[in-house]
Design a protein around this ligand. Structure first.
Ligand SMILES: [Zn+2]
Length: 291
């Protein structure tokens, strides 16, 4: 049960009114730490990489370590490719063994978004037990190389959602609802909870068909997260927070142990920081004990 696609764990989460963390990793120590934290909490897990680390570390290396860790883990784990704008690279990662692929054609026209998303969905479904995530509307901020200015971010139109899902063939769906990538500039970001609720009703009101994804998890207040889960969100993407945890723990450890040359100890400091952050997220998402 350990190697799974995203849809199967997210259908369960949507039904059970909890959410699964999709934790963005940029190196292998982070991947191990995320897995250890989820095992500690007996929580289902989505590991995600954006395109840059996938190319830098190598998709085959990432997939083999993912498979090794997942096969011996007592929890279901998915490996997700996040915000890929390149149809060909989506296909390459589907072939390599990623179990969820996000094609992000949200900056294209509505029709072009459907066409590109459909191409990735059809390919991935025939390549294996892989689910596909699509996005409608745009999430502001910077994720990997994908940059969206706040004023060009458009929220998902609930009227279009059912048609988009039907025609694009996606398994899980990310509607833009005002969340942002990076760090929120205010303590109370403007999130359109009602829009998510409306979309959830349209899509999953008569039985869970297409689980809904919330991007831009870093910095969202805990009560916002709880409300977004109530409204129907079941996958929360967390990236920036783990990047900060990696850099800060590395810098902190080295600053305090400047005379020491034991890389393993730096790795332990990083692992501890990541495990703590992920554990905290699992508590907020309510996914502890759900694996
Ligand atoms: Zn995102």
């Amino acid at each position: 049960m350990s190697i799974v696609n995203a849809k199967e764990i997210l259908v369960e989460a949507t039904k059970g009114k909890y959410a699964v963390g999709a934790f963005n990793i940029t190196n292998l120590i982070q991947m191990e730490a995320v897995v250890e934290a989820a095992i500690d909490k007996r929580a289902p897990l989505i590991i995600q990489t954006s395109v840059k680390p996938s190319k830098f570390l190598g998709r085959d290396v990432l997939v083999s370590i993912y498979r090794t860790l997942a096969q011996s883990a007592p929890i279901p784990i998915c490996l997700h490719l996040d915000h890929c704008t390149d149809v060909d690279y989506c296909k390459v990662c589907a072939d390599a063994g990623y179990t969820n692929i996000m094609i992000d054609a949200s900056k294209q026209s509505y029709e072009e978004n459907i066409r590109l998303t459909r191409e990735v969905a059809d390919y991935s479904h025939s390549a294996g037990d892989i689910s596909v995530e699509g996005e409608l509307g745009t999430v502001s901020g910077v994720e990997d190389q994908v940059k969206v200015a706040e004023d060009e971010a458009a929220l998902a139109n609930p009227e279009q959602v059912a048609e988009f899902i039907e025609r694009s063939g996606v398994d899980i769906f990310a509607p833009a609802i005002g969340t942002a990538h990076g760090v929120y500039k205010t303590k109370n970001p403007k999130i359109d909870f009602e829009r998510l609720g409306k979309i959830a009703k349209i899509v999953n009101g008569n039985g869970v068909k297409t689980p809904l994804v919330v991007h831009g998890g870093t910095g969202l207040p805990a009560d916002y997260i709880t409300k977004l889960i109530e409204m129907g969100g079941s996958k929360f993407n967390v990236s920036t927070e783990l990047k900060h945890a990696l850099i800060d723990s590395t810098f902190g450890y080295i600053s305090e142990h400047r005379e020491e040359y034991d890389p393993g100890k730096v790795d332990i400091a990083v692992k501890d920081a990541i495990r703590k952050a992920v554990g905290n997220w699992i508590d907020i998402l309510g996914s502890e004990g759900k694996a």
